[in-house]
Design a protein. Structure first.
Length: 291
């Protein structure tokens, strides 16, 4: 059965996960009404969130869709938050970690505004992991449970199919080495305590931040270079990264490169690289987790 919090409780929840204050009234006004098509869709999505584990494949609303459609994914996430709180409490996870993890909801609202110029939410494909207890933010970094899907080579201390933690870098504070040390140092013990039964010895990261081309665009002692050098790159693994650079650095995966207005030394180098016909790559690396 799908239940939604009343307006006061929904307001507090949305603000707690970082949804901008000026957007909250529109979300509340777009609450799906019972006995409507939106409510039936909400109920189906809520059931999927709390009973299944596979990624969501919900259709993204267009930026010009009515508010009831632009916010329907978010209302399904809101309806599932009590499930998340109960799940994490049963695992003995501090509620502050749960709420810190769920702050990706607000981040995805911000990204929608940046990309489309108006509020909305189409991030359920990513945030479904958060409400299902499949990913946690531990300080600066996030970690999700996964298995190795690549051949690491004969010298690696693990093999394809072994359990691993995926490393993700939410936006916000600088990629400070001490903060990354703290997150990586917490990860193995956290998952051993709260999700026992599987031992995670290695972490992997696939990101544009591991593109070796960035080394020539920043200083040798920069946080990006120091983050890259934590990881052993997986030979031959590479995916197109231009869209991710445009999304995560400039806020719009469909941005016109010629119209970009870079603000930092790195952004200026990136824009020059793209305007000259260059491309970025997502690269994959791994590291052993501290014991």
């Amino acid at each position: 059965m799908t239940n939604l919090p009343d307006d006061a409780a929904a307001h507090d929840l949305l603000r707690r996960v970082g949804v901008p204050a000026d957007v909250v009234p529109e979300i509340l006004a777009a609450r799906p009404a019972p006995a409507t098509g939106e409510w039936a869709q909400l109920a189906a999505w809520h059931h999927e969130l709390v009973t299944e584990s596979s990624p969501t494949l919900w259709p993204a609303p267009g930026p010009d869709a009515p508010a009831t459609r632009r916010w329907l994914q978010l209302w399904a996430i809101v309806a599932a938050v009590p499930h998340t709180l109960k799940l994490d409490a049963a695992r003995g996870i501090d509620e502050d970690i749960t709420w810190h993890t769920l702050a990706d909801i607000g981040i995805n609202v911000d990204r929608h505004i940046s990309a489309h110029g108006r509020p909305g939410f189409d991030g359920a494909f990513w945030v479904c992991q958060h409400v299902r207890g499949q990913i946690y933010r531990l300080g600066r970094l996030q970690f999700n449970v996964m298995s190795i899907t690549f051949d690491p080579g004969p010298d690696a201390p693990f093999q394809a199919g072994d359990p691993a933690l995926g490393v993700h870098i939410p936006p916000g504070s600088p990629l400070d080495p001490a903060a990354c040390d703290d997150s990586l140092g917490r990860a193995r013990g956290f998952f051993a305590r709260h999700l026992p039964g599987t031992t995670y010895r290695v972490a992997t990261c696939s990101s544009w931040l591991l593109d070796e081309q960035l080394i020539g665009m920043v200083s040798a002692g920069s946080n990006i270079v120091r983050f890259q050098r934590r990881f052993t790159p997986v030979a031959g693994w590479s995916e197109p990264g231009d869209e991710d650079v445009l999304r995560f650095v400039f806020g719009n995966p469909d941005a016109d490169v010629e119209a970009l207005r870079p603000r930092t030394t790195l952004e200026r180098a990136m824009v020059e690289h793209l305007r000259a016909g260059g491309h970025f790559r997502n690269r994959l690396g791994w590291l052993p987790l501290p014991t």
